[in-house]
Design a protein around this ligand. Structure first.
Ligand SMILES: O=C(O)COP(=O)(O)O
Ligand SMILES: [Mg+2]
Length: 338
């Protein structure tokens, strides 16, 4: 028999697929479904204390996105450390799954700890780490031309892969004077991650290496923007990846959420998808990833995807909607104490 909370989720799915009113399973919870007509996803704040309890009992593993769920830049989102630590106290296994490539795992763990989260480097799954793991896994022995930061560079170094390219390019007085002698014949892969020193010469080099079809093209993620704390837009890594794809006329192998490499990597931990919760602030990466993996999904509204975006996604039916939504992760604590 379906539990009450499962029924709610089912109704949500029925509604999205447009067969809500014909589904018998929905009838017992039509009252709740009416609320969903407004919000399109189940707002956990509208759950009864028993439903919240059931929700908390319905997963053993929590995968949380970082930027926009746990913190923005170097500031914790109020309540997020307490909520994550509460999950841990309940005995949940925790993984921090971030598309961010600017740090090695141990530095991410230090950042998390400084912001109040209990975190170990082994619990961090960042795209810098994934790139090194991927290249090592395929036995890559050549050099990497890296459009990215030291986060990726240090992870590559840790697995014995040579790389160069971090930091500002040595721009010649006239960029058109770049010649084949400026290219390193040992390069066998171009890796693109977040690079605050991105420049025209870097695009020229990346595209020129990629003109050799044996040269691998790997990217960390395609997030369009970082979550913002003011009206200033901070372009995300997707901006750079799409630019290199354009000038190289090739498609990158993208390792970060929502792509398959993260799922394959997590498989080694033996997670039960039905009892895993993916928390995110972005529907086209975090929630899409959770849905592809068969996880439960929780969207918080402290990062990229806004209520207005959700409405648009509901109409366009893409990317997938989350199962449940909360204004911020810390709100879960208020629901459990009532
Ligand atoms: O760095 C990014 O673009 C996003 O990082 P996130 O996956 O932790 O939100
Ligand atoms: Mg995020």
């Amino acid at each position: 028999m379906l539990r009450r909370f499962d029924k709610l989720l089912k109704c949500n799915l029925c509604y999205i697929s447009g067969i809500h009113s014909r589904s018998k399973a929905c009838k017992p919870v039509l009252k709740n479904c009416k609320k969903m007509f407004k919000s399109a996803v189940f707002n956990l704040q509208e759950a009864t204390p028993d439903q919240v309890k059931e929700f908390l009992n319905s997963f053993d593993t929590v995968l949380s996105d970082c930027d926009g769920v746990l913190w923005i830049n170097n500031n914790a989102i109020p309540g997020s450390p307490e909520a994550m630590n509460y999950f841990r106290k309940l005995g949940k296994r925790i993984f921090y799954v971030t598309n961010n490539s600017t740090k090695i795992r141990s530095d991410f763990a230090v950042k998390a700890q400084e912001l109040g989260f209990i975190a170990e480097p082994e619990e961090i799954l960042s795209t810098a780490y994934l790139v090194a793991h991927y290249l090592k896994g395929i036995g890559f022995t050549k050099k990497v031309y890296l459009v990215g930061s030291n986060g990726i560079g240090d992870e590559l170094k840790a697995v014995g892969i040579r790389h160069f390219g971090v930091g500002p390019d040595q721009v010649k007085p006239d960029f058109k004077s770049m010649s084949p002698s400026d290219m390193d014949p040992e390069v066998g892969a171009v890796v693109v991650g977040f690079d605050e020193h991105i420049s025209y010469p870097k695009f020229m080099k990346a595209a020129s290496y990629l003109a050799n079809e044996d040269c691998l093209f790997v990217a960390t993620n395609t997030d369009e923007r970082f979550p913002k704390s003011s009206s200033i837009i901070i372009p995300g890594t997707g901006t750079l990846v799409r630019a290199v794809e354009t000038c190289s006329e090739r498609k990158a192998l993208v390792l970060g959420k929502p792509n398959d490499y993260v799922r394959k990597f997590l498989e080694s931990f033996g997670l039960d998808p039905a009892r895993t919760l993916m928390i995110g602030d972005r529907c086209n990466t975090d929630i899409e990833f959770g849905v592809r993996c068969g996880f439960q999904t929780l969207l918080v509204m402290t990062g990229v995807t806004s209520a207005k975006d959700l409405e648009k996604i509901r109409n366009d039916k893409t990317p997938p909607l989350p199962d449940v939504v909360l204004p911020k992760l810390g709100d879960i604590l208020n629901l459990t104490s009532s």
